[in-house]
Design a protein around this ligand. Structure first.
Ligand code: M6R
Length: 608
């Protein structure tokens, strides 16, 4: 969740650190802080509120002298988002400053131990124990001190450490959270995400759990848990900083909605050669694929919703049983998973803690793991046996848009590829599905173009207190995502229901104040949806219907209509999501919500 950044070089550190923090703010934004070494001591400024507020307090960093430092933007776990609880945290003697992303699970025991030894705590955070441990163990050897401190910690901790007795040297530690090192010329960096680094360097090192690094302006040295120096591969980031900027849009979310035709194309096109689907980074033989008696898809949030769509599509085409389960549930079950299970893990960030834990649980039972991931070099991508990168480019808005639609595109590619390999579809069907996948980017563009009146609908409906999204089959899976999109950025209560299930209880909530968004894109089930629409209209609800372009009957049933471009029925969830994303966006905008940084949320949920 939180964002951390570190810099050591020959120029003033604080402006560089603030720039990094601005790009990491999507990870957490309830407070922020920066600490630099000014040649004698550690100078620190931290406050609740945004990075912009921190920038005002420090005059854009100009007030803080010093050429090495660390900075943090917080998503609170332990302790309210106050000035005192903001990071960095100082040791009692002020010689150490520490920033942390994660949760120190044994902090209560450590705090009691340290308090027993006379250390006085200033904050309610779990992180402060780290600062005091550093002070306690410091014997003039910073590397040994960091190792000793880390060995006392349980849980997840990505740390950045600044020490006033070691000018120009920074340490960072990775355990269960993202950490990337950036290699500059005469300056070096660490950060939670490459977006914080690309304006200064594209040469990066992805750290693995248990590793830690020492940074000076000239060198980066990486060590394993035992302190042995190790050699790491330097990777090159392929996208430019413009990809992580708003590019003239008011919000990243709108920019990312508009980028979807290109993003989906980037997922699809490199995987289709001469009419055949092939994956550069993933291959299974027919015998291997046949050896799996089921597929388990696991993920969280929107990625789970993509997995739900994937379940329908893969089962329909491949005739292999597919279970789709929330990672936060799967990780604490005793699942029936073995070497005959193909596990598909879906994650935009590749860093979601629950997803990683579920993945480890299933891989430990012998499952082969295929990860569908956007962020190159992320933890999930590196842990998996095989990867399909979605290549959506950086996604900054907390509410995922292109992250989700490119996950769908990757799942469609997988489903058609597997069905072809297993011989479950004939050549003509295979060719038809491949060309339907290739048509998705232009369908997405058409969905954007068709729905110029979504803004007008949002103006009309933005004062709603509660609404329902209903659908059947794939439309039900899409309804879950449409509902989440709306509630997470507009704070309006909304629920997704399988349309046929309403009458088993929830219909009691339907009255004339309710809007029901009815997803009717599965044409074989259109008449069934009409019955459900009539049920809710009979109880006074207003209906916003989504139907394939050209469907005239929907006008007789719904009060308002959004059209979805026609295409392969199995793939409707993808173009169908575009008007729902726009609907959520415009409602949130009407209501004056902070669209890119909705309350209580963070982009990447790296804690449990
Ligand atoms: O990075 P991941 O795809 O693993 O993230 C999973 C969820 O946290 C994420 O999809 C979340 O639900 C989004 N805020 C939805 O917009």
């Amino acid at each position: 969740m939180c964002g951390i950044v570190g810099f050591t070089g020959c120029t003033q550190a604080a402006p560089v650190l603030l720039d990094g923090l601005r790009r990491l703010e999507y990870r957490g934004y309830d407070s922020a802080g920066v600490a630099v070494f000014d040649g004698e001591r550690i100078e620190m400024v931290k406050a609740s509120g945004s990075v912009e507020h921190l920038a005002e307090l420090t005059d854009g960093g100009a007030k803080l002298r010093g050429t090495s430092g660390i900075a943090h933007t917080r998503w609170a776990t332990h302790g309210a988002p106050t000035d005192t609880n903001a990071h960095p945290h100082l040791s009692e003697n002020g010689r150490f400053a520490v920033i942390h992303n994660g949760i120190v699970e044994n902090f209560a025991a450590l705090r009691a131990e340290l308090e027993g030894e006379g250390y006085v705590f200033a904050s309610e955070t779990d992180t402060e124990v780290v600062a005091h441990l550093l002070e306690k163990y410091y014997d003039g050897d910073l590397k040994r001190t960091v190792m000793r401190t880390a060995s006392r910690l349980e849980g997840s901790y990505v740390l950045g450490v600044l020490c006033a007795d070691e000018p120009g040297r920074l340490f960072c530690v990775k355990e269960a959270g993202p950490l990337i090192l950036g290699l500059g010329v005469g300056e070096n960096y660490f950060a939670s995400d490459v977006t914080a680094l690309v304006s200064r360097t594209k040469n990066v090192i992805y750290m693995d759990d248990g590793e830690f690094a020492e940074l000076t302006s000239e060198h980066i040295t990486v060590f394993d848990r035992t302190g042995r120096e190790i050699t790491k591969t330097v990777s090159h980031v392929v996208w430019d900083i413009e990809a992580a900027e708003k590019g003239g849009y008011d919000h990243f979310m709108m920019k990312e909605i508009m980028e979807q035709p290109r993003a989906v194309k980037s997922t699809v096109e490199p995987r289709i050669r001469d009419g055949k689907i092939c994956f550069e980074d993933f291959d299974l033989s027919r015998a291997e694929l046949e050896s799996y008696n089921k597929i388990v898809i696991t993920a969280c949030g929107s990625a789970y919703h993509a997995g739900m769509v994937g379940k329908y599509v893969i089962e329909s085409l491949c005739r292999i049983p597919v279970e789709c389960e929330l990672a936060s549930e799967l990780r604490y079950r005793d699942p029936i998973i073995d070497g005959h299970t193909l596990l598909i893990v879906v994650s935009q960030s590749g860093e979601t803690a629950d997803t990683i834990a579920a993945m480890r649980e299933c891989m430990g039972r012998g499952a082969h793991c295929l990860a569908i991931v956007n962020v190159v070099g992320s933890t999930i991508a590196r842990l998996a046996d095989s990867v399909i990168y979605t290549h959506a480019g950086p996604e900054i808005a907390v509410a995922t848009t292109k992250g989700y639609t490119t996950q769908l595109a990757a799942l469609y590619l997988f489903a058609v590829w597997a069905a072809g390999l297993l011989g479950r579809i004939d050549e003509a069907r295979y060719a038809g599905l491949v060309s339907s996948i290739r048509a998705l980017p232009s369908q997405v563009q058409r969905a954007i173009d068709l729905n110029v009146h979504v803004k007008y609908l949002a103006e009309r409906w933005h004062e709603l207190k509660s609404l329902f999204f209903i659908g059947r089959n794939i439309d039900y899976a899409a309804a879950m995502e449409g509902s989440l999109k709306l509630k997470e950025i507009s704070y309006i209560h909304s629920e997704a229901y399988a349309a046929g299930e309403l009458k088993h209880g929830t219909i009691a909530l339907i009255d004339e104040k309710r809007l029901v968004v009815a997803l009717c894109c599965q044409e074989a089930l259109f008449d069934k949806m009409v019955s459900n629409i009539q049920e809710v209209k009979a109880r006074g609800a207003k209906v916003l219907g989504l139907a394939p372009e050209g469907n005239r009957r929907i006008f007789a049933e719904a009060d308002d209509v959004l059209y979805v471009p026609r295409g392969e029925q199995l793939f409707t969830a993808l173009p169908e999501m575009i008007p729902l994303q726009l609907f959520a966006y415009y409602i949130a905008r009407e209501n004056g919500c902070d669209i890119d940084k909705p309350r209580n949320l963070a982009k990447s949920v790296t804690v449990e």
